[in-house]
Design a binder for this molecule. Structure first.
Ligand SMILES: *Cc1c(COP(=O)(O)O)cnc(C)c1O
Length: 397
């Protein structure tokens, strides 16, 4: 049996990895290079929307690779317009900029907010961000992130951020009172890396109203919670509101690197030629992946599936684990669920893998489940059957 090297001498030491290497997958199953099978409840961190080796996605991507992979934004890319039109239709917003990752989408959003300020004469624009937020690891996006562990060692942080707690409109008002430099409010509808922390519906509505009253941009990072994961295309749609700026990435290409910033009328014309750009963003392969992912989610009814199987999964988790006194909360929506324990539980990631289940732990003590949107109820039951005994045993230690 081949061993997986515990250390990788030539790659930088940036990840605490589970000691396995995945070789191939089928649906919600993956196999490692030694032939061991796993149930995938992580989906490459909410990326593999359609699971693995999807019978409709694979031939489309093979066709695209054989035609053209990359052409550059020197030229028109027809599928950029097609995917943008689709994102505009699904979001009710108006224009899209394409990039390749989540942090790039957020970086573009931050630039939009600053230029929105400069365009109305604000020389030192400030952006409201949130405790426990995660927006990426570039200098700008780690400065917007609300996690000291992500920031430590990379100071000085970028200035121009005001940090507030979640779901507390009075704090938001106090923190911005009399400040003419505020240009935007920026948050995830459901914080992912921060521990699956949802913004409440009424808070989303209150912030939308405040942004209208004060002429601020409402910028909602849907990089993790978007693309159907909660049972609507975008998680903020549960509140019946629209943002002015919406970064997307993870699930948008079902595994092919892609990012996008979708903007409404107040932000759609801020960038002019020369203000922003990228080499890889919007390339033909990524655009095809985005177009096909959305088509398949629609054809196969995967929004409804995410909502239905997600509530089935949550119900089963509550039944099996909700009664334990060390389980603080089981929360989230659709197929974006978190189980918060009363203690750090990072060891569960490796133990679950040993048991044949791929999960992750975020914010030290929250088990995160973000499986592919094709998950069935039977597969959800299987996740619970694998996970519940591990958690119960761990809490008895
Ligand atoms: C993952 C994530 C990012 C960063 O995306 P990358 O592609 O890793 O740069 C930003 N925001 C949220 C909400 C995320 O979950």
């Amino acid at each position: 049996m081949a061993l997986i090297e515990a250390s990788s001498p030539h790659t930088m030491n940036t990840y605490g990895r589970v000691p396995i290497a995945l070789s191939h997958g089928q649906g919600v199953r993956v196999w490692d290079v030694n032939g061991k099978r796993y149930l995938d409840a992580l989906a490459g961190i909410a990326v593999n929307t359609l699971g693995h080796n999807h019978p409709k996605l694979v031939p489309a991507l093979q066709d695209q690779v054989a035609r053209i992979i990359h052409s550059s934004n020197y030229y028109h890319v027809p599928n950029q317009e097609k995917l943008a039109a689709k994102l505009v239709e699904l979001s009710g917003l108006s224009n899209v900029f394409f990039c390749s990752t989540g942090l790039e989408a957020n970086e573009a959003a931050l630039k939009l907010a600053r230029k929105f300020g400069h365009d109305k004469g604000i020389a030192r624009p400030e952006i409201v961000v949130y405790e426990k937020a995660f927006h990426g690891r570039s200098i700008a996006t780690l400065s917007a992130t609300g996690n000291p562990k992500v920031q430590k060692g990379f100071e000085p942080l970028l200035e121009g951020f005001i940090r507030v707690p979640l779901n507390d409109v009075e704090s938001l008002k106090r923190a911005t009172e009399g400040n003419p430099n505020v240009v935007a409010v920026f948050f995830e509808t459901i914080q992912g890396e921060g521990g699956i922390n949802p913004m409440r519906i009424e808070y989303l509505q209150q912030v939308r109203q405040l942004c209208d009253q004060r002429d601020w941009l409402l910028m909602i990072d849907e990089v993790q919670c978007g693309m159907g994961r909660t049972g609507k295309w975008f998680a903020h749609q549960w509140a019946g509101i629209k943002p002015d700026v919406m970064p997307l990435a993870k699930g948008l290409g079902s595994g092919v690197p892609i990012g996008a910033v979708v903007a409404g009328p107040r932000a759609a014309n801020i960038f002019q030629p020369g203000n922003h750009g990228t080499t890889f963003g919007g390339n033909p392969l990524a655009m095809r992946a985005g177009v096909e992912t959305i088509r398949i989610v629609e054809e196969d009814g995967l929004l409804d599936n995410a909502a239905r199987v997600g509530s089935h999964l949550k119900g089963a988790l509550v039944r099996e684990l909700g009664g334990l006194k060390s389980v603080r909360e089981i929360r989230g929506q659709g197929l974006m669920l978190g189980i918060e324990l009363d203690r750090p539980c990072g060891v569960l990631t490796n133990r679950a893998a040993e048991a044949g289940l791929l999960i992750s732990v975020t914010a030290d003590s929250v088990i995160r489940l973000v499986p592919p949107l094709i998950l069935t109820e039977a597969e959800a039951d299987e996740i619970v059957a694998l996970l519940a005994p591990l958690v119960t045993a761990f809490l008895r230690e």
